[in-house]
Design a protein around this ligand. Structure first.
Ligand code: HEC
Length: 391
C-alpha cells in the first residue's frame, strides 16, 4: 500500500519524494483552519481534546495515508485507541471539501506540528471516494482495510467499552438539549459532577430518569429512532424512572436502548403530573430554567404556584438530591414514583409505600428529595490481555 502511495507521488511530482512545497502546505493549513473544518475539533495545534477528540500530532493513525483519507471522506464512529489512549466519539464525514482540498488538508496534517508524511494527490482521494463504502466508517471497518503494522497494533485500534468508560470524571455540570429515549422532543440530558446523569423533560415538566453506569450520552453518537429522528444514546440502565402515562411500561424498562419505537410523544396529553395541588389544574406550564453555578434550576407552574427544581449529586456520589421550592407555598401531594433500584427519602414528610409524599404548605416551601442507587457502581477488575487481573 505504501509503495502505491509513493508511486503516485513520484508520478505526479516527477521528482523524488521530499517534503511538500511551502505553498501547498500553506494552502492545506488555510483549509485545515477554515471555519467548520478540522480545527473545530482537532484544534490549531493538532492536539485534539482530552477524552473527546484524539490528537493528530504524532498520531500513529496517520501512518497510512489511505487510512487518513478514508476517515476524512467517510467519518469515523466508535471506540478507538490512538497512541494507547481511548476515545469514544464520532467524527462526521467532511463534506465541505472536494478531492483537491482533501488532498491538501491531509498533506498539511502529514507535515504539520513535527509530523512527517507523504504528499497526497487529488487522484488518490478520488480513487478512495470511488472505492469506499458510503457509510460512516467504524473502527473495525477501517482496521480491516488499513491494518496497523504489528509493532503499532498494541497502542492503536479499537476496544470494547466497559464500565470504566464512565470515561471522563465530570467536574462541572454538562447540560445538553437533545433528543433522548423515552422523552418528548424538549428533553435535557445533564451530567453532574459525581458522574450522575439525568434526563429532564421540559415537555412534561418533570424528571424522567437517572442513571450512572455506562457513562453519559455521547453528544455526537447519534442513533435514529423508528420515526427517523436522531436520538442520543447511553450504555447504562437508569436506576430511577419516573412514571409517565405517556410511556408504556416496556418502553420505560428499555429506556437505555436507543432505537425503540416511540421515544417521542405529545406531552400535552400527559394525565399524571407528579404534583397535585388542590384547585390547580394541569398540565403544568414550563417556565424555563436558569443556571446556578452551572447547575440547571428548572421552573414550572401549576395554577398560581411556581415550582423550582434544582438537582445535584449527593456528596458521596451514590445518588442525587432534588431540591424543591414552591412559591407561593401550598399544601400538595407529590407522586414520587418508586423504583426498585432506588432508595428514596424526603427531608419533609414521608414517602409512603405507594410513592406518595404529602406535604403541608409550610413543608412544601422548601424540601429535598434524595434518590440513591441501591447498588452503587463498584468498579469491576479489568482483565488484561494475558488474562491476569489488574487493579
Ligand atoms: C466535529 C469534530 C471533528 C472534525 C470537524 C474533524 N474531526 Fe477528525 N476526529 C474527530 C473525532 C471525535 C475522532 C475520533 C472518532 C472516534 O472516536 O471514533 C476523529 C478522528 C480522526 C482521525 C483518526 C484518529 C487520529 O487522531 O489520528 C483522523 C486522522 C482525523 N480525525 C482527521 C481529521 C481531519 C484531517 C479533519 C478535517 C478534514 C477532521 N478530522 C475533522 C472529530 C473531528
Amino acid at each position: 500500500m505504501k509503495i502505491f502511495v509513493l508511486s503516485i507521488a513520484f508520478a505526479t511530482c516527477g521528482v523524488a519524494w521530499s517534503a511538500p512545497d511551502t505553498l501547498l502546505l500553506e494552502q492545506g493549513q488555510a483549509l485545515y483552519e477554515g471555519a467548520g473544518s478540522c480545527v473545530a475539533c482537532h484544534l490549531e495545534d493538532g492536539k485534539g481534546q482530552p477524552g473527546s477528540v484524539p490528537p493528530l500530532v504524532n498520531s500513529d493513525w496517520l501512518g497510512d495515508t489511505n487510512r487518513t483519507v478514508a476517515i476524512v471522506l467517510r467519518g469515523l464512529a466508535g471506540p478507538i485507541k490512538v497512541n494507547a489512549k481511548r476515545y469514544y466519539s464520532a467524527m462526521p464525514p467532511q463534506l465541505l471539501f472536494d478531492d483537491e482540498k482533501i488532498a491538501k488538508i491531509v498533506t498539511y496534517v502529514n507535515n504539520a506540528w513535527g509530523n512527517t508524511g507523504p504528499e497526497v494527490t487529488e487522484q488518490q482521494v478520488s480513487a478512495a471516494r470511488a472505492s469506499l463504502p458510503e457509510d460512516v466508517l467504524t473502527p473495525e471497518a477501517v482496521l480491516k482495510r488499513f491494518p496497523f503494522p504489528q509493532n503499532k497494533q498494541k497502542a492503536n485500534g479499537t476496544y470494547t467499552p466497559d464500565f470504566d468508560d464512565t470515561l471522563s470524571v465530570i467536574d462541572h455540570p454538562v447540560v445538553y438539549r437533545t433528543f433522548m429515549p423515552g422523552a418528548s422532543p424538549a428533553a435535557f440530558a445533564v451530567a453532574l459532577p459525581g458522574n450522575q446523569y439525568y434526563c429532564w423533560d421540559a415537555g412534561e415538566s418533570r424528571l424522567r430518569y437517572i442513571w450512572t453506569k455506562g457513562g453519559f450520552i455521547r453528544g455526537n453518537q447519534v442513533h435514529w429512532s423508528s420515526n427517523g429522528k436522531p436520538i442520543a444514546s447511553f450504555n447504562g440502565t437508569p436506576y430511577y424512572r419516573a412514571q409517565s402515562s405517556l410511556l408504556k411500561p416496556e418502553n420505560d424498562r428499555e429506556l437505555a436502548r436507543t432505537n425503540h419505537g416511540t421515544p417521542f410523544y405529545d406531552t400535552s396529553q400527559a394525565q399524571d403530573f407528579p404534583f397535585v395541588i388542590e384547585g390547580a389544574k394541569g398540565p403544568p406550564k414550563y417556565r424555563g430554567y436558569r443556571l446556578i453555578n452551572g447547575y440547571p434550576e428548572f421552573r414550572y407552574q401549576l395554577g398560581n404556584h411556581v415550582i423550582h427544581e434544582h438537582i445535584k449529586a449527593t456528596e458521596d456520589a451514590t445518588g442525587v438530591v432534588r431540591r424543591f421550592r414552591v412559591e407561593p407555598p401550598v399544601e400538595l401531594t407529590f407522586n414520587v414514583t418508586l423504583d426498585p433500584a432506588a432508595k428514596i427519602t424526603s427531608s419533609a414528610g414521608i414517602v409512603d409505600h405507594e410513592g406518595l409524599l404529602k406535604l403541608s404548605a409550610q413543608q412544601a416551601r422548601e424540601f429535598q428529595l434524595t434518590i440513591l442507587e441501591r447498588e452503587p457502581f463498584i468498579p469491576v477488575p479489568v482483565t488484561n490481555t494475558q488474562g491476569e487481573k489488574t487493579k
